[in-house]
Design a protein around this ligand. Structure first.
Ligand code: ADP
Ligand code: MG
Length: 505
């Protein structure tokens, strides 16, 4: 399929299409209309301004084909990466050393996070570490655009160690696809799929279980009879974006676990928070909520400098980090997710040294593509030269999250030309990956378009360590996004990608 067909819930076929095409168009219109009603009534929604103006989330009408073996590999890798990321997060010396030059190139963000890590006087081994990470892969991919299917496989795009979106909506997408494909409207539009080809995806339920478990560990380890009640908090920004994905998790925690998870901004944390003598973070006088102690602080923001507009936000982050509240993620884990650490992990011998055994290291390495540091040294200079000469073959990545930050092609070349060597050190250079391209239908605002799309598979892992002992290392589900094959970058929130789900073959 190419980008030729479009439609909307109300569209009628134009005069010059044949009767068969007309039937197909109206069957597609009906299917899309039903898909939208299903999305709306399932809570598969997005809000642009606070909780107002809810509309259905953009999604792919049918699931994306992913090889069964690649899906299984992604799941296996996610378990290994859960362990690896936790090991690296506990290794502050490694983080400081690896990020020193990156911090010099990006002093206002990576540098500041690193300095909070530097302040941390607690031995991490005495605490609870909890993270929900999402590991993103391109299935059917290669670093060669023209590679035949036999030379394609799973390639890792990156690890998200903070604020990974899709914990509710990734699962809703799977539910919507499963119900939709079984509906007569799908058959009428000539669309079918074997339900067993859609892997189970209980990401919301299992994600909530992980938060409940972290909360319980906190209570067991720290809670005192003299304390006010204990609650979880979700750290968000105002105005509130991606609210449905976040609030669904909060409501799940309440419904299934009786746990109140309060949304707060970093500013509110600083204004209303104080440390009790034992290190507990107590929030009082906020939003009419009686005073409470924070068990888990789940960050759904705090991954870009814009989310720390003043010193208040930085002080709040440091306060959370100093308290015994379980930050999901800790500053250390957030730093593990920096592009620089991900690049450094791929350097010769590093995985082999940091992984538990050679087999794990080899498996992880099998899905890595080449990445280069751009430090102010000879190797960095050589990488910069490579980028200038072959900008189409690489992606230039700053230490940012959330999509839309990377540079490609001519922009990449120009940026490299213009940066001084120190500034360049804040970026990494990654080989360009070419994923499998397939025809698909994207649904946005009730309208549909057919297009050539590429799909990216995110596997969610949860990991809990108490006193450095791994008590939980789980795969909680997955989330997928698809975008036009011609678009370089951009996430779902940026309006570029749409939700999708895998269909195994
Ligand atoms: P962020 O943390 O901002 O989301 P990512 O590394 O995930 O940054 O990149 C954002 C998007 O850019 C990805 O979802 C993917 O579509 C694209 N991308 C990232 N790395 C590559 C790569 N090496 N080759 C091709 N596309 C890439
Ligand atoms: Mg990311």
């Amino acid at each position: 399929m190419s980008a030729i067909e479009t439609g909307s819930m109300s569209s009628t076929a134009t005069e010059n299409v044949s009767a068969t095409a007309t039937n197909h168009m109206s069957a597609m219109d009906r299917l899309v209309a039903e898909a939208v009603t299903l999305a709306n009534t399932s809570g598969f929604l997005v809000s642009k301004q606070g909780n107002a103006n809810l509309t259905h989330t953009s999604f792919a009408l049918t699931p994306a084909r992913v090889r069964r073996s690649e899906f299984a590999l992604a799941v296996k890798l996610a378990n290994l990466l859960n362990t690896l990321t936790m090991d690296v997060a506990a290794n502050h010396d490694y983080l400081r050393k690896t990020l020193a030059q990156t911090a010099a190139g990006d002093p206002d963000f990576t540098g500041r996070l690193l300095s909070i890590l530097g302040d941390d006087p607690r031995p991490k081994a005495a605490t609870i570490e909890f993270s929900i990470n999402r590991y993103d892969f391109f299935p059917g991919a290669s670093t060669r655009a023209d590679a035949p299917p036999s030379e394609r496989g799973l390639r890792m795009v990156e690890m998200n160690c903070i604020a990974a979106g899709g914990i509710a909506q990734g699962g809703l997408m799977s539910d919507v696809h499963r119900q939709l494909l079984a509906h007569p409207a799908a058959a009428a539009a000539g669309i079918s799929a074997d339900p067993s080809a859609l892997p189970p995806n209980e990401v919301l339920a299992d994600g909530a279980n992980a938060f409940a478990a972290a909360h319980k560990h906190f209570c067991t380890m720290y809670q005192k009879a003299s304390w006010p009640p204990v609650r979880l908090v979700m750290i968000v920004i105002a105005p509130y974006v991606n609210a449905c994905d976040q609030d669904m998790l909060r409501w799940r925690l309440w419904r299934e676990h009786g746990l109140d998870c309060v949304r707060l901004t970093l500013k509110e944390i600083l204004e209303h928070g104080s440390l009790l003598e034992d290190g507990a973070l107590c929030i009082s006088g906020c939003k009419g909520i009686p005073a409470f102690v924070v068990s888990v602080a789940y960050f759904r923001c705090a991954y870009s400098p814009a989310q720390y507009p003043t010193e208040t936000e930085w002080r709040a982050r440091a306060l959370l980090e100093r308290s015994c509240a379980v930050s999901c993620p800790s500053v250390a884990m957030q730093l593990v997710g920096t592009k620089r650490v991900q690049q450094a992990l791929g350097e010769p011998g590093v995985l082999e040294r940091l992984c538990r055994n050679a087999e794990d290291a080899a498996l992880i390495r099998s899905c890595f593509v080449r990445q280069y540091a751009l430090h102010a040294d000879r190797a960095g200079g050589a990488a910069a030269k490579l980028a200038r000469e072959r900008p189409d073959d690489f992606v230039l990545k700053p230490q940012r999250e959330g999509g839309g930050n990377n540079l490609y092609r001519e922009e990449l070349r120009q940026a490299i030309e213009e940066m001084d060597a120190e500034e360049r050190g804040g970026f990494v250079l990654m080989e360009r990956i070419y994923p499998a391209v397939a025809g698909g239908v994207m649904v946005r605002g009730g309208k549909w378009t057919t297009a050539d799309i590429v799909a990216e598979l995110g596997i969610f892992g949860s990991v809990i360590r108490v006193k450095n002992k791994e008590l939980e290392n789980k795969i909680i589900g997955h989330s997928m996004k698809s975008k036009l094959s011609t678009v370089d970058d951009g996430g779902i929130d940026a309006g570029v990608a749409v939700y999708d789900s895998p269909q195994l073959f």
